[in-house]
Design a protein around this ligand. Structure first.
Ligand SMILES: [Zn+2]
Length: 93
């Protein structure tokens, strides 16, 4: 599943899809898949719902636009880490 060659291949596919009409339409709508807020196209990143490292692939069904905030949160492994991170953030404010 974590075969580096496969991941490289899937990344290439994602890069190609990024240039497609399909992706442009999604990004121009500007809605983050996770928080459903509106962003400008430059603020949205391409996100794999099932990460490549966990066997996800670069298909239209597995790729969604995500704002930077949501994309970063999802990289955390467990809900516990997510909660800790939120607490850190609120302490900073
Ligand atoms: Zn978001």
């Amino acid at each position: 599943m974590t075969d580096p060659a496969r991941i490289r291949r899937e990344r290439d596919k994602a890069a190609k899809l990024k240039k497609s009409q399909w992706w442009h339409r999604l990004v121009n709508r500007g809605i983050c898949h996770y928080c459903e807020k509106k962003f400008s196209p430059s603020e949205l990143t391409m996100d794999h719902v099932v990460p490549l490292a966990r066997g996800g692939s670069s298909t239209q069904g597995n790729l969604v636009p995500a704002c930077r905030e949501c994309n970063r949160d999802k990289k955390l492994e467990t809900p516990v880490e997510l909660i800790l991170k939120r607490e850190e953030r609120s302490n900073d404010e």
